[in-house]
Design a protein around this ligand. Structure first.
Ligand code: ADP
Length: 635
């Protein structure tokens, strides 16, 4: 097959431009990235060989080798791991599949100013491409384990790359960097220097469990010396806390988590006894873009006695902690245990319970000791953790202890339920909340009016999951969780007889209108009644205490479930001149045409006010326009 030339995908080209123009100040990390890829390739080969003994691959001496040639100015990272097929090279190396990277490029474009862009860049990883920071050409030769033919990929990082089949490639992958010309003023950055490479490996890749070798150059007339192994290969989780620096932990995190940033928190756990295991867990500082998508990949690895047996091991932590990255190394598990068996395994379930408790305890400690860190954590992962309120009733109390929510009390000060309850005033029996899309839209919703007027605190819940957990949890310390948009609200109106009589009289005077409107709007609402929650707006729509809210209905439909449309209730504000006017025209006029339209308009306004859409927008607009025209004419 002849050499073929391909164009890089647009995003890939943009990234390459960034690399070529050297936007990262620390270029050394390119080696960490190549070694990390090589180590993954070795892990993958061992796992594949474990699952399939007919795989025709050599696994006898899996290792990484770094070869330096100062004369030719090349640096090569070689592994004898899983390798890639011709098609894979094109797909994996020629395009950027990572949605996080694509999102990053978009952000970068938006942050036009230099300083902002610089900050952003440092946070995103670009793996293989980072080689172009130090090289003006990269060549990759690879042969997939079990295949006979290999592939050579080559590029100068500009717009195109070439692919060709090769007959004599060894198993695995070797990546050769044709380094940029040496900078005579900066010998420190000569990547053909052995000590430089040693230093980088030591700093970033010491914990890699495969040997990273280098063959020193033989002197004139001498035999080739033995290979030197540059890394200690010591599993960080098996070493004592004092022996390992934070930086070393952070490098391990970057390797398993595929992140370029430091983690927010490192959690160590050593379990002794009949079932021994060690765990090293990390809480990232940022939630990945795809956290809520089905194919989100976790970064939790399972080892058995220092041997990686499973990447992305979902049995070790509950779904709502899927963002936790790290390593669990168990002593007594079979090396070829399957995912299905792991899910059932009693020991694994024990580990899961223990790790869950440990993570929640860590978050709790963070909350009391380091509020900034906690605030970052909750902003990034609160929405995921709240899923646990629904799925993990055993840890509900622990989750509620660390969960915080926006509230009407103060703009930037989230509150726990505990704190809310402590602030509740005499006579308030329930914890009030309102759900919706954004703080702004719900804080201004008509449902809040009476609460604002009376100074009653309301929690403002804006994550989709909030709709569900409030129902699942139901109450906290004997106080019911109640939506301000559901059921009848009694905020302790004056309880004297005079006021009662007054209310009764008013209800009576509205009885005719309310009955008539209920009938007229029966397609849309199940009842029209007077409101106790409005002070400013003329009307709002509310749900019955146990009905599904429109957002939940929508969510179920999005998941493909059939749910009947629940009719809601229209509430009118009897103190509003518009509503009073309607009542007068009901009493005084025989012809109900105008009143019917007003009723529809009022209902449409109430729907709009909570961020919804009138059922027939065109008709709504037409009615409003006619009314406006009418007012103008009479002015
Ligand atoms: P990342 O490692 O973050 O996925 P890279 O751009 O570094 O991103 O690599 C893209 C993909 O190319 C890897 O996910 C892997 O599938 C493949 N790859 C890279 N290097 C190697 C290697 N040495 N051996 C086998 N596959 C590799």
């Amino acid at each position: 097959m002849p050499t073929e030339t391909f164009e890089f995908q647009v995003e890939a080209r943009q990234l390459l431009q960034l690399m070529i123009h050297s936007v990262y100040s620390n270029k050394d990390v390119f080696l960490r990235e190549l070694v990390s890829n090589a180590s993954d390739a070795l892990d993958k080969l061992r796992l594949a060989a474990l699952r399939d003994d007919s795989l025709d691959a050599d696994t006898s001496d899996l290792h990484i080798e770094i070869e330096l040639d100062p004369d030719a100015r090349t640096l090569t990272v070689r592994d004898n791991g899983i390798g890639m097929s011709y098609e894979e090279v094109g797909r994996l190396i020629g395009t950027i599949a990572n949605s996080g990277t694509a999102a990053f490029l978009k952000e970068l474009k938006e942050a036009q100013d230099g300083a902002g862009a610089e900050g952003l860049i440092g946070q995103f990883g670009v793996g293989f491409y980072s080689g172009f920071m130090v090289a003006d050409e990269m060549t990759l030769v690879t042969r997939q384990a079990g295949e006979s033919k290999g592939t050579r990929w080559s590029s100068r990082g500009e717009g195109t790359y070439t692919l060709e089949s090769v007959d004599d490639a060894p198993q695995g992958t070797s990546v050769t960097l044709h380094l940029k010309p040496a900078d005579p003023d900066n010998q420190l950055h000569d990547y053909t220097s052995v000590w430089k490479v040693k230093e980088i490996v030591k700093r970033y890749s010491d914990f890699i469990t495969w040997p990273i070798r280098h063959f020193p150059k033989a002197g004139e007339g001498q035999e080739t010396p033995d290979a030197e192994t540059l890394n200690s290969m010591k599993a960080l989780w098996a070493r004592s806390r004092e022996e390992v620096s934070d930086d070393e932990y952070h490098e391990l995190y970057k390797h398993v988590g595929h992140d370029w940033r430091d983690p927010l928190e490192t959690i160590r756990l050593q379990a002794e006894g009949t079932f021994e295991y060690q765990a090293l867990l990390f809480l990232p500082e940022h939630a990945p873009q795809d956290l809520f998508t089905r194919d989100f990949r976790r970064g939790l690895q399972l080892y058995v006695r220092r041997v990686l047996i499973m990447d992305d091991c979902e049995a070790l932590l509950p779904q709502y902690l899927r963002f936790v990255k790290g390593v669990v190394d168990a002593q007594d598990l079979s090396l070829n245990v399957s995912r299905e068996i792991l899910q059932q395994d009693r020991h694994i379930q024990m580990i899961q319970r223990r790790l869950t408790k440990k993570v929640l305890a860590t978050v709790k400690r963070m909350k009391s000791d380091d509020t900034d860190k906690y605030a970052t954590f909750w902003r990034e992962f609160g929405a995921v953790l709240k899923e646990g309120l629904i799925s993990d009733s055993g840890n509900r109390d622990a989750l509620l202890a660390v969960a915080s929510f926006a509230s009407t009390r103060a703009e930037d000060e989230p509150t726990t339920l505990q704190e809310y309850v402590e602030r509740m005033r005499d006579g308030q029996d329930d914890i009030y909340y309102l759900t919706g899309e954004s703080r702004q839209s719900i804080a201004n919703s008509p449902h809040m009016e009476a609460f604002a007027a009376k100074g009653v605190e309301v929690l403002l819940l804006t994550d989709p999951v909030d709709e569900v957990w409030v129902d699942a949890v139901g109450e906290f310390e004997g106080k019911r969780l109640r939506s301000v948009a559901k059921g009848e609200i009694d905020l302790g109106a004056e309880d004297d007889e005079e006021a009662d009589a007054e209310r009764e009289k008013r209800t009576e005077s509205y009885a005719g209108l309310l009955g008539w409107m209920t009938e007229h709007l029966k397609e849309d609402v199940k009842d029209v009644r007077l409101s106790t929650r409005l002070t400013v707006s003329p009307a709002c729509v509310v749900s019955d205490a146990h009905d599904l809210t429109p957002a939940l209905e929508q969510m179920y439909r999005a998941m493909g479930q059939e749910v009947p449309t629940t009719k809601r209730i229209l509430e009118l504000n009897p103190d509003h001149p518009l509503v009073q006017g309607l009542n007068r025209s009901y009493d005084e006029q025989e012809d109900r045409t105008g009143l019917g339209e007003s009723a529809e308009l009022l209902y449409g306004l109430a729907v709009l006010a909570e961020g919804g859409q009138p059922k027939e927008p065109a008709r709504f607009v037409k009615l409003v326009a006619e009314r406006l025209e009418h007012t103008l004419r009479s002015e």
